[in-house]
Design a protein. Structure first.
Length: 60
């Protein structure tokens, strides 16, 4: 039974780390897109399309 709880704990830690990494990468991408828009090499409409590309249909 102890092994079960060790496996659960390891899974939770790995899930948390994975979630943090995904959030970090998503925010980094948003900052990059905002920088491209600010420097004028991308239109705001194109930036919005890129930001919405990874969202689920329910969030749109």
């Amino acid at each position: 039974m102890e092994l079960f709880w060790v496996v659960v704990l390891v899974w939770l830690v790995m899930w948390y780390i994975s979630s943090m990494y995904r959030t970090y990468e998503r925010e980094k991408t948003r900052r990059d897109i905002a920088a491209y828009i600010a420097e004028g090499s991308m239109t705001p409409e194109h930036g919005e399309k890129l930001m919405r590309a990874g969202e689920s249909p329910e969030k749109r």
